[in-house]
Design a protein. Structure first.
Lengths: 300, 278
C-alpha cells in the first residue's frame, strides 16, 4: 500500500506505457552497463581524458550524421573509432605522448564539429540538432534503433571481458605485461575500440559532451566501494543503470513541475544523480578509512 | 632434440658475447656470463649501466645485435614460462581495484584472454604462494594501498607462482629502507632455495646481497665482469671494467667500491696531478 502510493507519487501516471519511455529505459540501461564495465578500466588505466576527448570528438560524427539524415549513433561510432585509431597511431601508448595525441585529435575534431553543427542549424533553421548531439536524445530515439544499440553494447562488453586479464596486468605494469608476453598494442587498441563504442552509446543517451559523466562517475564511485575488479565492474554497471533510470523518471516528472509543462533534459538529471552519489560514497569511504586508521593501533 | 644440451643440464641461462644497440647507441658490449640452476647471482651496477636492457634481452623483448642467449638450453623467446620477472619501480596504482591475492593469481594465467576462473586448486596454489612470501596477512588488501616492501613481495609471488627456473629481479631494493632491504633479500634467497629457482638480482650495491650471493655479475658501461665476488670485486678487475682506477676496500664483511680521481689513469702514469685540479 504505502510503497505503491510512494511509487505513484514519484512515477507519474502513464510512465511505463509511454513508448519513448520504454525505449529510453532500455537504451539508458544498456548504455549505462557498457559505460560501467568500460569505465572501471578507463579510470584504472588513467585514460579518463582520452574517454572525455572521444566523447567530444564524437560531436563531429553526430552532427555529420544529422546532415546525412541518418541516426547520430552511426556518426558517433564511426567518428570515435576513427579518432581512437588516429590517437593510437600518433602515440597514445606512451604515457607522456598520450595527452598530447589526445589533445591534437580533440582539437581537429571539434573544428569539424563546429562546421557541421553550423550547417545543421543553418540548413534546418533549428537548434534541435545541436541540442540532440551535445545533450542527448534518449526520448526521441526510434525503437528501431534498439537492436543496433544492444548489439553494439554486447560487442563493447565482449571486447572488455575478452581482454580482462591482460588489461589488468598491462594497466598495473606495462613492463610486467610485456614480459609475460602480452601484446600490449593489441590490448591497447582493443580497449580503445571498446571505449569508443561505450562513449558513442552514452552520447546518444545523455549527449556527447556529458557522456564522460556516465563513463567516469559510476566507475569512480565503484572504485571507492570495492577492492575487487569484478565487483567494481558490476557495481559501476548497477550504479550507472540506477542513475540513468532515476534520471529518466525525474525528467518525465519534470514535465509536471512547472505550469508551462516544459520537461527538463534527462542528461541533467542523470549527471546530477551520478555526481551526488559519487560525493556521498566518497565522503563515507574517506570517513571509514580515516576511522580505520585511527583505530588501527588498538586493534594490534 | 633437447638431449643435445644435456651435457650442461644444470645451466639455466647462458649469455654469450651479447651486444645490444638501441637507436644507434651501444648499451651492452660483448656480454657473457652463465647462471646455473638454483644459483643466486647479483647483477651489480649503477643507473644506466645496462641492467634493465640485459633483462629485456634475456626475456626476448629486445633482439641482441650480436651474440646468443639460451634459457635452459633453448634459444630465447617471447613469453618464456621458464622466466619469472619483477620490474623495477613497481608503484602499483591505488585506483586499480585488485586485491593482492588476485594479482598473485594472475601470475598463473594473467597472460590469457578472458576472465579468471577461480578453482579450489588455483586458490590453494595462491594461498601457498602468499604464505611462502609472508604475505598472508595483507592478501586481501587492495594491492595499490600496500607499502613498497609489501608490493615487492606480492610481485615476487606473482613471478614465482608459475614455477619458473629463473627469476629476474630489477632493482627490488630501490626505495626500500635498510630493514625492508634485508627482508626482501633473505626472503628471495629463502624462496629461491625452496623452489630451486635461479635468481638474477639487479642492485646498485652488492653489500645487501653478500650473505646470500653465489656469484656476481658486475656491469658498467655496458660491459660485465662475472665470477666469484673475491675474484670480480677487486681493484684490478673493476679498474679494468670501468677503464679507470677503482679502489676496492673490504671493511669487516662489507665491500666499498670507491672511484679514483678522474685524472687517475689506469696505469697510474699521471699520479702527480697539477695542484688545484681536483
Amino acid at each position: 500500500m504505502i510503497p505503491a502510493s510512494i511509487g505513484s507519487a514519484i512515477i507519474e501516471p502513464g510512465f511505463f506505457s509511454s513508448a519513448p519511455v520504454q525505449v529510453a529505459l532500455v537504451v539508458g540501461a544498456v548504455a549505462a552497463v557498457v559505460s560501467g564495465v568500460v569505465g572501471v578500466f578507463t579510470v584504472a588505466r588513467g585514460q579518463s581524458f582520452a574517454g572525455h576527448s572521444l566523447a567530444d570528438v564524437g560531436t563531429a560524427g553526430g552532427s555529420a550524421a544529422f546532415l546525412l539524415g541518418i541516426s547520430p549513433l552511426f556518426g558517433f561510432v564511426a567518428m570515435n573509432l576513427i579518432a581512437a585509431g588516429v590517437m593510437e597511431l600518433i602515440g597514445i601508448r606512451r604515457r607522456r605522448g598520450r595527452d598530447i595525441a589526445t589533445g591534437v585529435v580533440l582539437g581537429a575534431a571539434l573544428g569539424l564539429a563546429a562546421l557541421f553543427l553550423y550547417f545543421d542549424t543553418t540548413s534546418t533553421s533549428t537548434t534541435g540538432a545541436t541540442i540532440n548531439v551535445l545533450f542527448g536524445s534518449i526520448f526521441t530515439l526510434p525503437s528501431s534503433m534498439v537492436p543496433v544499440i544492444v548489439a553494439l553494447s554486447a560487442l563493447a562488453i565482449a571486447i572488455t571481458l575478452f581482454l580482462y586479464r591482460p588489461l589488468i596486468l598491462s594497466s598495473l605494469s606495462p613492463d610486467l605485461a610485456a614480459a609475460r608476453g602480452i601484446p600490449l598494442r593489441f590490448v591497447g587498441v582493443g580497449f580503445l575500440a571498446a571505449l569508443a563504442l561505450a562513449v558513442s552509446l552514452s552520447a546518444i543517451t545523455i549527449g556527447a559532451i556529458l557522456s564522460t559523466a556516465l563513463l567516469i562517475g559510476p566507475a569512480a564511485t565503484a572504485l571507492r566501494l570495492t577492492k575487487r575488479t569484478g565487483f567494481a565492474v558490476a557495481a559501476a554497471a548497477v550504479i550507472g543503470v540506477g542513475a540513468t533510470w532515476l534520471g529518466v523518471v525525474l525528467a518525465y516528472d519534470s514535465y509536471y513541475w512547472t505550469p508551462s509543462h516544459r520537461g527538463w533534459p534527462v542528461s541533467f538529471f542523470v549527471v546530477t544523480v551520478v555526481f551526488v552519489l559519487y560525493l556521498v560514497v566518497n565522503l563515507v569511504a574517506t570517513r571509514r578509512a580515516s576511522g580505520r586508521r585511527t583505530s588501527a593501533p588498538e586493534a594490534r | 632434440m633437447a638431449d643435445t644440451a644435456q651435457s650442461s643440464s644444470s645451466e639455466i641461462l647462458a649469455v654469450a658475447n651479447v651486444s645490444v644497440s638501441l637507436s644507434g647507441r651501444e648499451i651492452l658490449r660483448d656480454v657473457s656470463f652463465r647462471c646455473d640452476a638454483g644459483e643466486f647471482i647479483g647483477l651489480i651496477g649503477s643507473n644506466g649501466a645496462g641492467k634493465t636492457t640485459l633483462f629485456r634481452v634475456i626475456m626476448g623483448l629486445i633482439a641482441p645485435t650480436s651474440g646468443t642467449i639460451r634459457v635452459a638450453g633453448k634459444a630465447r623467446s617471447r613469453r618464456n614460462p621458464l622466466i619469472g620477472y619483477v620490474p623495477q619501480k613497481i608503484g602499483l596504482d591505488p585506483d586499480m581495484p585488485i586485491r593482492a591475492r588476485d594479482l598473485v593469481g594472475l601470475g598463473i594465467d594473467g597472460h590469457r584472454f578472458g576472465m579468471p576462473r577461480p578453482t579450489a586448486k588455483r586458490n590453494a596454489l595462491i594461498d601457498a604462494m602468499l604464505d611462502a612470501v609472508d604475505a598472508t596477512s595483507f592478501a586481501n588488501a587492495r594491492v595499490g594501498n600496500l607499502s613498497g616492501g609489501e608490493q615487492q613481495r606480492i610481485m615476487i609471488a606473482h613471478a614465482l607462482i608459475s614455477r619458473p627456473s629463473l627469476l629476474l629481479l630489477d632493482e627490488p631494493l630501490a626505495n626500500l629502507d635498510i630493514r625492508s632491504e634485508q627482508e626482501v633479500v633473505s626472503l628471495v634467497a629463502r624462496v629461491a632455495k625452496v623452489q630451486h629457482v635461479a635468481v638474477l638480482f639487479a642492485a646498485h650495491g652488492m653489500n645487501p646481497l653478500l650473505p646470500v650471493m653465489d656469484r656476481v655479475v658486475y656491469i658498467a658501461g655496458g660491459r660485465v665482469a662475472s665470477g666469484n665476488t673475491e675474484d670480480v670485486v677487486t681493484t684490478e678487475s673493476l679498474s679494468r671494467l670501468y677503464g679507470r682506477h677503482i679502489d676496492v676496500i673490504r671493511v669487516h664483511d662489507r665491500v666499498l667500491v670507491v672511484a679514483g680521481r678522474e685524472d687517475e689513469g689506469l696505469h697510474h702514469a699521471e699520479l702527480a696531478a697539477p695542484p688545484g685540479s681536483a
